[in-house]
Write a protein that binds this ligand. Structure first.
Ligand SMILES: Nc1nc2c(ncn2[C@@H]2O[C@H](COP(=O)(O)OP(=O)(O)OP(=O)(O)O)[C@@H](O)[C@H]2O)c(=O)[nH]1
Ligand SMILES: [Mg+2]
Length: 372
């Protein structure tokens, strides 16, 4: 092939040389030069099977940094289920000085009690405190079609006929959003490949907006602090919420432990009776035990009663490390990126969280206030 073609599903450059690399299509299947779909995308679309591609964090970073040299605005998508894991505080450094619209996607997953105005306000102050300036904040659901009209209006207001780059961490729903916009314009469904596996989009995919400008899907930036990078495909399915999260409330006193599967252990070291409201995938089991029993329960049942992790995940699962937090404000969230968060209703307790090395745990002010 003299001319280069790109896969319409993932944006990778099409090649017929290396079956294990991105963009592979057998030479015999290359007669049709329009709308070529690489083998990996074909398998993802039809069998929901992924193929690991040898691209690392730096490769993705490099691709995104190319935006710095282009003109246009940036739509930064974050996953509302995992803002801490998906908000790119260093976005301006990555993409250069551009107008940014912040989009909170997957609003359909948040409990009904979520106050959208407060959530928007919280997103604004969080981005501000990271030094990231955004022009507008929108809350949407790309799968359910919520908030899309408002987002379209914001994009048209700020883009001034320039290109629009859709940027974010892997799995936040960039391609799903663009597919929805394509469907509304042309009626075509699922043009770009999407999946619950991280690292689906591998190159820039340009969708024309008019004669001179385009909406551009980009590969997701990898954040190794997210749990998704440490679990098997099967476990990923369990920890990724698919529908509205049902908060699970535990009334617990001192020296009690909650296990989230066997991925994370949450100990109450000190404190009066209190409400612990867990926002996790409805499919992820929570086990409660006495703190004194936690160690032996973990040793006996990790991978069986306490799963995920399943056997596949256990092969490479990092050692647990722990952090201790004194809770000094009512309604504090303990956030575990990619797994969810636990709202602690009243201040005055001390908790220790055991979590896989490489991931992260942090505190924030709660934006959902269930269990009042
Ligand atoms: N519940 C819910 N799930 C969503 C929404 N948007 C996307 N998803 C799901 O999130 C997963 C990732 O979606 P993609 O569109 O592939 O994400 P991406 O940001 O393009 O990911 P990369 O290409 O890997 O960077 C898929 O399983 C989608 O179905 C949404 O609004 N709500
Ligand atoms: Mg994508």
């Amino acid at each position: 092939m003299n001319q280069t073609y790109k896969c319409i599903g993932c944006g990778a450059t099409i090649q017929s040389v290396d079956e294990t690399a991105a963009g592979f299509v057998p030479a015999s299947a290359l007669s049709n030069k329009d709308d070529i779909l690489c083998r990996r995308c074909f398998r993802l679309k039809h069998y929901n099977e992924t193929q690991d591609i040898d691209l690392n964090e730096d490769d993705f970073h490099r691709m995104i940094s190319d935006i710095r040299l282009k003109e246009g605005i940036v739509v930064h998508i974050v996953d509302l289920f995992d803002v801490d894991g998906s908000l790119l505080g260093n976005l301006s450094r990555l993409v250069g000085n551009k107008d940014i619209i912040l989009v909170g996607n997957k609003v359909d997953l948040l409990p009904k009690s979520t106050n959208h105005r407060k959530l928007t306000h919280w997103l604004r102050s969080t981005t501000n405190s990271l030094g990231l300036k955004v022009k507008d904040v929108c809350l949407i659901s790309s799968t359910k079609g919520l908030g899309i009209e408002e987002l379209k209006t914001a994009i048209e207001t700020f883009r001034a006929n320039k290109d629009v780059y859709v940027v974010g961490t892997t799995n936040v729903g960039k391609s799903t959003l663009i597919n929805r916009l394509i469907k509304e314009t042309t009626g075509d469904e699922n043009v770009i490949t999407t999946s619950y596996f991280p690292g689906t989009t591998l190159g820039f995919i340009e969708i024309p907006l008019d004669n001179d400008s385009a909406l551009i899907d980009t590969p997701g930036i990898v954040n190794k602090k997210q749990m998704v990078h440490y679990v098997s495909d099967k476990d990923l399915k369990i920890i990724t919420p698919k529908r509205e999260i049902k908060p699970r409330v535990y009334q617990l006193g001192t020296e009690q432990t909650l296990f989230f599967g066997g991925l994370v252990r949450f100990d109450i070291i000190r404190g009066e009776d209190n409400s612990y409201i867990c926002y996790l995938s409805n499919e992820l089991k929570i086990h409660r035990t006495a703190l004194s029993n936690a160690e032996s329960l973990y040793e006996r049942h990790i991978g069986t009663l306490l799963s995920p992790p399943d056997k596949e995940t256990m092969k490479n699962f990092p050692e647990l490390r722990s952090s201790t937090f004194k809770i000094t404000e009512d309604y504090t969230d303990v956030v575990i990126p990619g797994l969810g968060w636990i709202t602690i209703k009243n201040k005055g307790v001390t908790v220790t969280v055991h979590y896989p090395e490489g991931t992260m745990v942090s505190l924030r002010e709660a934006f959902t206030k269930d269990g009042r």
